[in-house]
Every structure is written in C-alpha cells, then in structure tokens.
Design a protein around this ligand. Structure first.
Ligand SMILES: Nc1ncnc2c1ncn2[C@@H]1O[C@H](COP(=O)(O)OP(=O)(O)OP(=O)(O)O)[C@@H](O)[C@H]1O
Ligand SMILES: [Zn+2]
Length: 587
C-alpha cells in the first residue's frame, strides 16, 4: 500500500506546505557490516562502495571490523550471500514520503512535481491529451544513456536509490496508465467524465498495486487547476481531527476562492463508519469531491449513505500484457536494454562506452506473470533484480551484465501471491475450498488450499474449517471423516508450516472424495429452529426421564415409571419428548 504517513496538499496555483500528521517518520537506519557505522538505509549502498575500497583487503583484523575479507567480497559481489538481500530488501520496501530530504543524487535533480508550478496554465483542461515533454511527471526518469563503463553502473545504481522504483515510475497521464480498459477504454463512463472535466465522487475498488492511487492522481491532474485543489490523506494514519481540518480548509477555499477540493482518501475502508460519516454532508453539498481507494469490497466496508453518493469503479488485476508494458517503460527509463531470445548481446560493442546492463525478454515476461497483476510488486521485483545484477558484476567473457529469469525469480518472494490474510480474499478462498470439497472436486479443492497456504494463510485456520466440514457436510455418511480432520488439526499444530501442507492436502483430498450427507447438520438445525420459535416457557423435562439421586426427589416422582431398556427383551414403548412437542420430527 502506498499509505503515506502524512498528508500533502497540492494545488495548481501554489504548492501548499505538506503538513505531517503526528510525528514525522525517521528513515530507518542500518549498520554497515564492514565498518559497523550506522547510517540511513538509503545511503548504505553508496557507502559500501567506498567502505569496501578503504578497508584493507587482507585478513588482518581492523578495529571495529567484523567481517573477514572474503565476507566483504561475498557480500559485495554475491547476491546469494545471506546478508546481501537484507540491504536490497530494506531499500526496496523503505518508504520515502514526497519532499523528504535525501542524499540521493537522483532526487536532488529537480523533480517534475517541483517544476509543476512552472508549467501551470499549460495543462490542457479536461481532455485527455498526450503530455508535453516538460509536463512528464515523476513517472519519467532521465535516462542513464551511454556512460563510461563503471560510471554507467554507478549512475544506474543511483537511479535505483531512494524511493522505490514503483513510486518513481508512477505515471502522470492516462497515456502511460496501462490496462484497465474496462473502465478507461473509449466511451466508458469514466473517460467521458474525465474528458468533460466532470469529476464525480468515486470509490476505486481493486487489488493492491492495480493503480488506484495512480488513477486518482491522474484524475486530479486532469481537472481545472485553478478551480480545484487536490488533497491526499491516508485512512491508515489520519485521525478524525485531520479529516475535520481538511474539511474546514475545503470550506474556506470554497468560500474565499470558489475553489473545489478533491480529497483522495487512500484505504478508505480503514476509516470507521463514524469517520466516514464526517465526509457525508460535504460530499453531498459539493464542497468536497471524494476519491476513495479500497482493496476491500466497499459494500461491506463503506458506509451505505456515502456509497450511494459515490460511483464505485472496479479496477482489476493488471493483465500480463499491461504488466509487460509497465516493466518495459521502467526498463527504458533506466537505460537497460532488452535482449530478445534470438538476439545475443554483441560482445565487441559492449565495451566501456555501452549501457552497463541488459535484461532478457524472457525474464521480463516471467516477472509480468509472477507479480500477479500487482505493478508495485513487479516494479520492485525489477529493482531488486537490477540491484542484484549490479552487485554480482559483469559476466567475465562478454563483459556485460544480463538480468536473467533466475535473477527475477530470486528477487520475487512467495509474498507476490495476492492474498490478504485479514481481508476479503481470505474469506473468498476458504469459501471456494469448502464449496469445492462439497462438490467432491478434489482438483479444485487442492488448488484453493494451495492458494491459501502459499499466500501465507495460517494452516490451523484451514484445519479448523476441515474439522467443521467433516461434520457439517459429511457427517454420518462417513463417520471416519471427523477423526481424520481432527488428526489433521493436531498434526498441523505439532509440526507447523511448511511440513504440514501435505497433511492438509491429504485431508482435503479425503474429504473431497468421501460421500457427503447433511442429515445431521439439517436435523440439528430443525432442533434449533424449534427452540427459537417456541412460545411461552419451555416444557419441563418429563418426570420419568429425570434422575432421582435423593430420597426427596424420588418422593416428588422423579424417575417414576421409567422403563430401563436393557431389562426388556422387546422394544420399549416410552415417550422421550415432553408431551407439548410430541410428534415433532427433527430427523
Ligand atoms: N495501470 C498502471 N499503469 C502503469 N503503472 C501502474 C499502473 N498501476 C500501478 N502502476 C505502478 O504501480 C505503482 C503502485 O500503484 P498504485 O499505488 O496506484 O496502486 P494501488 O492500486 O493504489 O495499490 P495499493 O492498494 O496497494 O495502494 C505505481 O507507483 C505505478 O508505478
Ligand atoms: Zn562501512
């Protein structure tokens, strides 16, 4: 999630000051493994370059030095080294809010956002037009170009420093916004509205990294700059007071300057219903145009009154083609060349004056498939792979660096599978598993199990569901199912993931194959129904069914007339239900 820890205000007339909500966030610090010096995570790679040269390359121990010479070399050159990914990952996940001062040379070049004021008034109003070169936003990196060998590498490393690549590549115009044709294609409602400069309140609903935040920014950029201002808050960090403050400012702007406010609320589902209510009157009277983004089904998570005043736009996971286009644009911006399968890099021309890195077309395609429609995962995966490539160094004979499929796979961890343990996806998948087993489809059942486990689901959560299924859907058709499921639960409890996955798979297949019966489940349902619908006091337990452990109870007639079945050789005629409900059939 993009979830900025502060809110920022942008306006076409002037860039208003971004005000942090709560304490500002400090950049995380890491310790240099070579000299043990502490520094911001964004500075570690540059520092390592010099630090490794300054430290003597012998085995002699130096004060404060912790790693051997071999360790340093491994660390610097080998992406498989256990300590290697630490830095890369810390860098990739590290969040740098807009405007945070940074030492990265890349970010000290004027960013298009900062030059925004210079181009005000030139932005075509309304209509979606190709951006002019000077308007190209932060989504365009200056290309690395053809640099002298080592220097080219260094430049590339600098391009990757600071903010995650995904943030740097965020498109600023619909031109660079890939996919989502169902909602943005020709003659779609949204495109028409954008072209006519009519922005309604909108809730953007879609999986992580599909472009909700990006689209909101593009929409905001498309509106009349001098009649609208754009404010961003994130429901993960903003309080109700922050919301009130935004609304107050919006009212002032409306009153004093006749300017409307577009308020983008990221992860709007994180606001509770009362907080959502705060917007309501202001959305209704038009002081605020609300753009909300959510990964959760808005019909559960967003206030009904608010929902009825917004259009819900459903964004989908990005297609593989859209992902490829997004990756290609990033690769181009970084000055990395793409190697198609038949095209081998020319060793002679890849001398000192060439761009330092290539990426195999196949590797890009693999990445586009693996990131499961999440552009942020895709771009960050690319960033990790390039950084790994830079650390590995050039291939000796050809003297070039090539990012291959295996580097990509290494860069992406299993977390790429779209699975939200707390959210809707969690319920969708368990429901799909339950229904597949009920339908005796062992194939589909196994698939849904895999989706959950590979996505990081708690195996005990799945096991508990299997226990319930064994009774609810199988019951007496196969009374062995229940002990199977209970054993599965216990086994998962003993051994945990990943070993318990096959145990769960065994049980899932057993439950899918075995005969089903809901007789017990529905019979018990009838009993509950009967109890719920009973009018007046519940009938007393018939005296003959009561136990009579004391003299007094016997005197009251407890147990009187009870026929003890084993004493009879014939079936016994005896009522076991109170007379009031005699004759009701549950089974
Ligand atoms: N349709 C797209 N076209 C081009 N780039 C995209 C697209 N969607 C996402 N991206 C890239 O992925 C990054 C993350 O996208 P964005 O923040 O818009 O996702 P999101 O849907 O808001 O995700 P989350 O719910 O996790 O906040 C962007 O910075 C951008 O670089
Ligand atoms: Zn150091």
């Amino acid at each position: 999630m993009t979830a900025p820890h502060f809110w920022q205000v942008q306006s076409g007339i002037m860039d208003e000051v971004a005000r942090p909500v709560g304490a500002g966030i400090a950049e995380s610090h890491v310790q240099c493994p070579v000299c043990s010096q502490e520094m911001p995570a964004s500075a570690i790679n540059l520092h390592l370059d010099t630090c490794l040269q300054v430290q003597p390359a012998s085995g002699v121990s130096v004060k404060k030095r912790r790693l051997s010479c071999e360790d340093q070399v491994l660390l610097a050159r080998n992406p498989n080294s256990p300590s290697f990914p630490l830095f890369q990952k810390a860098k990739a996940s590290e969040y740098q809010p807009e405007g945070t001062p940074t030492t990265s040379p890349f970010l000290t070049t004027p960013s298009p956002r900062r030059t925004e004021t210079a181009v005000k008034g030139q932005v075509p109003s309304g209509a979606v037009q190709p951006p002019k070169p000077e308007e190209l936003g932060s989504g365009h990196l200056p290309k690395v170009g053809f640099q002298e060998g080592q220097q080219g590498e260094k430049m590339l490393a600098e391009r990757l420093d600071g903010k995650p690549l995904a943030d740097k590549m965020r498109p600023c115009s619909l031109q660079d916004y890939m996919g989502q044709n169902k909602v943005l294609g020709e003659n779609t409602m949204l495109r028409t509205l954008l072209q006519s400069n009519e922005i309604p309140s909108i809730i953007l609903w879609g999986p992580p990294g599909c472009g909700k935040t990006t689209l909101a920014h593009i929409i905001a950029k498309n509106t009349h700059k001098n009649t609208t201002r754009f404010v961003t808050i994130s429901a993960t960090s903003a309080s109700t007071n922050d919301v009130r403050e935004v609304i107050k400012q919006a009212q002032n702007e409306q009153r004093l300057f006749k300017r409307k406010t577009i308020l983008f609320v990221d992860e709007i589902h994180r606001f509770n219903k009362t907080q959502q209510d705060t917007f309501l009157p202001h959305v209704e009277c038009g002081t605020i145009t609300l753009l909300g983004a959510t990964t959760e089904n808005p019909s559960f998570q967003v206030n009904n009154a608010l929902l009825s005043r917004c259009r819900v736009i459903v964004l989908e996971k990005l297609s593989v083609e859209a992902m490829e286009a997004i990756l290609m644009r990033a690769v181009e911006s970084l000055g990395i060349k793409v190697l198609s399968e038949d095209l081998q890099p020319d060793c002679r021309s890849s001398s000192a004056s060439e761009t330092p890195m290539y990426v195999e077309q196949k590797a890009l395609t693999t990445l586009a498939h693996l990131c499961d429609g999440d552009a942020r995962t895709g771009l960050n995966g690319l960033q990790l792979s390039v950084q790994a490539g830079l650390a590995t160094g050039k291939d000796a004979p050809a003297n070039i660096m090539v990012i291959k499929e295996e580097h990509i796979k290494e860069g992406l961890q299993r977390s790429h599978i779209l699975y939200d343990r707390a959210g809707e996806e969690h319920y969708n998948c368990i429901s799909a598993l339950h229904k597949s087993m009920r339908g005796s489809d062992q194939n589909a059942s196994l698939y849904w199990l895999g989706r959950m486990l590979e996505g990081g689901e708690d195996p005990l959560y799945v096991a508990r569901r299997l226990v319930r299924f064994a009774s609810e859907d199988i019951g007496l058709a196969d009374p062995l199912a229940l002990p199977q499921a209970v054993s599965t639960f216990q086994a998962c409890h003993f051994i945990g993931m990943p070993e318990c996955e096959v145990i769960l798979a065994q049980c899932v297949m057993y439950l899918a194959r075995t005969p089903k019966s809901i007789a017990v489940y529905s019979a018990y349902g009838k009993v509950k129904e009967c109890l719920k619908n009973h009018k007046g006091p519940l009938p007393p337990v018939p005296l003959h069914l009561r136990n009579a452990p004391t003299r007094l109870m016997k005197d009251f007639g407890y147990g009187k007339g009870y026929k003890y079945n084993p004493m009879y050789s014939q079936p016994v005629e005896q009522d076991y239900l109170p007379p009031e409900i005699k004759g009701i059939k549950f089974v």
